[in-house]
Design a protein around this ligand. Structure first.
Ligand code: KG4
Ligand code: ZN
Length: 342
């Protein structure tokens, strides 16, 4: 029953976790920088990197304390190797290298997207996985549709050609004068809006498994500009009618959800998948979850809300499979900011 200490610093969360057996979360500590980045309406790489350095040791110590273990009880150290912001990735990876070297422990560099996939293995009492499964990874940085043939064996079916789904939520939230991160804000506003109030075209990109969300964002921008007081370029100046903000949020969300769910369900059918896995920050979205539950022909797994957005427990869960498969990385591995899963 290996115990893995994992570090995750690919974007703006400084996270560390201890996971036993790839399933049992002994601790899962996250220091979020969201509040610091909210003032910019997004992540500032320089700021993110500096903040990781400031808090990483405290976060690692907290993860060990909460798990009631010391480094002597740990079997391997894992860290996110990529994809992500270069200046952020190197912080977690280098601290992990130092710990591995200092304690003579194996080091495993983990793909952040594989981490999101393995957040599904942290669901308590989850049934054994029968491959192949279709995986939709939807986060702030990624929208990937993947056919997973086995542990660690991925075939990329498609992905976004422009904005990631979460990025579209964040940008549209900004246009509507809502806060950061935009996903939860849009979801909240959409609850009291009409999803059919605005008829946004669905970017189906027929004949491919790809996505495109930047046109949708532009369509929202045009609608905002038509509003009597729509001055979208300065988020703080937007004075939209609150009901129209809700309608725009609901209509935008409905378009994104329809395309994400429609294409993922079609892929599951086309490839005879036994299940659909949805992971990443946007998988927290209730409308998305409900649409999958309604339309999927096979069971759908989504992570618990606490494991949708970036965390280190998912990195430890992915590392567990690789540890058992014998992966051991050299202490001089580099961060891979553009590392693809497949
Ligand atoms: O996975 P994540 O924490 O970071 C990346 O790896 O990118 O995802 C963050 C993204 C943000 O864009 C955020 O707006 C979005 O996930 N998000 C949501 C919701 N919660 C977070 N999008 C839609 N609905 C939500 N409830
Ligand atoms: Zn992520």
């Amino acid at each position: 029953m290996p115990r893995i200490l994992a570090l995750e610093t690919s974007c703006d969360e400084t996270a560390a976790a201890v996971v036993a057996d790839g399933r049992v979360i002994l601790s899962n500590v996250i220091a979020s920088q969201a509040a610091s980045h909210a003032q910019y309406g997004g992540v500032f790489p320089e700021v993110a990197s500096r903040m990781h350095i400031e808090v990483i040791y405290a976060v690692v110590q907290a993860a060990l304390n909460e798990a009631h273990v010391g480094l002597g009880d740990i079997d391997a150290i894992a860290a996110t190797r990529g994809p992500g912001l270069p200046g952020s990735l190197v912080v977690g990876l280098n601290v992990a290298k130092g710990l591995a070297l200092g304690r003579g422990l194996p080091l495993l560099g983990i793909n952040h997207l594989e981490g999101h996939v393995y957040s599904l293995w942290l669901v308590e009492g989850a049934p054994e996985v029968q491959f192949p499964v279709v995986v939709l990874i939807v986060s702030g940085g990624h929208t990937e549709l993947i056919l997973m043939h086995d542990h660690g064996r991925y075939e990329r079916l498609g992905g976004t050609l422009d904005d990631a789904a979460g990025e579209a939520f964040d940008k549209v939230a900004r246009l509507l004068g809502l806060g950061y991160p935009g996903g939860p804000e849009i979801e909240r506003a959409a609850r009291d809006g009409h999803p059919a109030a605005y008829k946004f075209a669905r970017p189906w990109l027929d004949g491919t498994w790809d996505f495109s969300f930047s046109g949708l964002k532009t369509a929202v921008l045009y609608e905002v500009k038509k509003q009597p007081y729509g001055r979208p370029l300065l988020a703080s100046d937007v004075q939209l009618d609150p009901m129209e903000v809700r309608n725009l949020a609901a209509s935008f969300q409905a378009a994104v959800v329809e395309v994400l769910v429609g294409k993922t369900v079609a892929a599951a059918k086309a490839y005879n998948a036994t299940e659909i896995f949805v992971a990443g920050g946007v998988s927290a979205n209730t409308a998305l979850r409900e649409a999958f539950a309604r339309l999927a022909p096979v069971p759908v797994r989504v992570p618990p809300l606490s494991l949708c957005t970036d965390n280190a427990a998912m990195i430890a869960a992915a590392a567990n499979f690789r540890y058992l498969a014998g992966q051991r990385d050299a202490l001089d591995i580099d961060a891979l900011p553009n590392w693809r899963l497949a």
